[in-house]
Design a protein around this ligand. Structure first.
Ligand code: GDP
Ligand code: MG
Length: 439
């Protein structure tokens, strides 16, 4: 399917205006991919009309080809379809998991606990499933594997009572994840039980756990759970299988929520934070997104877009974040040590290099590896705004990454140093320099 979308796009090469047939053909290809990925027909229709509407009525920004123009619209509409990631601040909170039996709640509870522990927080899982035999043992074992606190009581029959005790017993935890029982289908007992637990726990967030293979049932399920307790976010599990999870988008739409996490396997570490780009690429097939992204990047640099995506120009303006630093570290891994890279830039050789302390460029492989692990324990906000990282956050990041606080501070120092360096590059306007940064 990837090749047919590419084929339709290639036909636009050299064109400066889009015809109705051009747009219809592209929309048809996208529809085909999305329907194959189980995306609800009504949502696909909505997306198609928006794309058609915009592609035919919006004036392409000056110098943008018809193809780049339509690609940008397609991309933006796809991002609007899948939504942003559910906001999950790295602070104390209680999260309730709801969903049908077998959707992956218990597994997700342990995975999420593991994820939060890697961010330096102390999570605990409270297992309230008294319905499924073996639920207690399963949850306990998974939490042992995740090395997180666990509360459950195999002898108690009342899930609300377990929740009540569980909250008391896990008072020391930062993040409390309340796992609930499911039933094979939607029914009154399940919903009433869930409501009672929710009332007692008063969670900060209710997440609905859905199997990636969910098809048309997603909407009804989402409505039932949404009406009962309100849904703030969705977790899509079993994305390691053949299903692409497009069905879950109907649940997101129905509950007016967003996607929080993706489950990609049976082990506790098989969890990813939802991220629109990656999910779109899963929906359409990798090749397509790659082309989309490349094209869109070009289209955007052509029209000084104030986009949240990484733009090398920002770096040249001195807004150098930890994310930029991580990208640079990745690039360096491919290019060789930073000092050598800098040596390759014409006109830079002596001057600037001499002003830097001797060990400034000494980012060894080992240190880079540590830095990466540390950055993985940071929140998006911290990566974007390293100045927000104070003493408490350093402690938390150190716990999460398993690296000494000293190393976290070194990373922040290194970032400051590189940031100063970027400021010095400002105004150089050297096209070679910019080309290097773009790599
Ligand atoms: P619950 O009934 O909602 O608590 O669901 P469970 O957490 O018990 O999961 C049901 C089954 O799905 C178990 O066999 C899990 O190992 C499996 N499972 C859960 N999440 C994933 C996933 O992301 N990938 C795969 N392959 N299996 C999963
Ligand atoms: Mg369970």
């Amino acid at each position: 399917l990837g090749s047919s979308l590419r084929g339709s796009l290639d036909k636009l090469r050299g064109k400066s205006r889009l015809s109705e047939e051009d747009v219809a053909e592209i929309v048809k290809e996208i529809q085909r991919s999305l329907i194959q990925a189980d995306v609800d027909i009504a949502l696909v229709q909505e997306l198609s009309s928006s794309i058609e509407e915009r592609a035919l009525n919006e004036e392409p920004p000056g110098g943008t080809s018809a193809r780049d123009h339509v690609l940008r619209i397609v991309y933006e509409e796809l991002v609007a379809l899948v939504g942003e990631s559910t906001d999950l601040p790295l602070e104390s909170q209680t999260i309730l998991l709801a969903g049908l039996q077998g959707s992956g709640k218990t597994t997700t509870a342990a995975k999420m606990a593991w994820w939060f522990s890697k961010k330096g927080l102390r999570p605990a899982v409270i297992q309230t499933d008294t319905f499924r035999p073996g639920a207690y043992d399963q949850a306990k074992q998974m939490c042992e594997r995740a090395e997180v606190d666990f509360y459950g009581d195999p002898d108690e029959e009342d899930p609300v009572e377990i929740a009540r005790k569980g909250l008391e017993e896990t008072a020391d935890a930062d993040i409390r994840i309340v796992d609930t029982s499911g039933r094979s289908g939607l029914n009154e007992t399940l919903i009433e039980e869930l409501k009672s637990i929710e009332e007692l726990v008063a969670p900060d967030r209710n997440l609905l756990v859905l199997d990636a293979a969910i098809g048309q049932g997603a909407k009804d399920q989402a409505k039932a759970f949404g009406d009962a307790v309100g849904i703030d976010g969705v977790v899509i599990t079993k994305l390691d299988g053949t299903a692409k999870g497009g069905g879950a988008l109907a649940a997101v739409d129905q509950t007016d929520s967003t996607i929080a996490f993706l489950g990609t396997g049976e082990e506790v570490a098989d969890i990813e934070r939802f991220e629109p780009n990656g999910f779109i690429s899963r929906l359409l097939g990798m090749g397509d997104l790659k082309q989309l992204a490349e094209r869109v990047e070009r289209a955007m640099s052509e029209q000084e877009a104030e986009d949240e995506d990484w733009d090398p120009e920002d770096m040249m303006k001195g807004e150098f974040t930890l994310k930029d630093m991580r990208r640079q570290m990745d690039a360096m891994n491919k290019m060789g040590p930073l000092s050598q890279v800098l040596d390759m830039i014409p006109g830079l050789g002596g001057g600037l290099m001499d002003q830097l302390p001797d060990d400034a460029m000494d980012v060894t492989q080992e240190r880079m590896q540590s830095f990466k692990v540390i950055m993985d324990s940071m929140s998006e906000e911290e990566l974007e705004n390293p100045r927000s990282i104070g003493k408490t956050r350093i402690e938390r990041i150190s716990r999460g990454s398993g690296k000494p606080e000293e190393t976290v501070r070194e990373l922040l120092e290194q970032h400051k140093m590189m940031s100063r360096m970027m400021k010095q590059f400002q105004g150089m306007g050297d096209s070679d320099m910019q080309r290097m940064m773009k790599q």
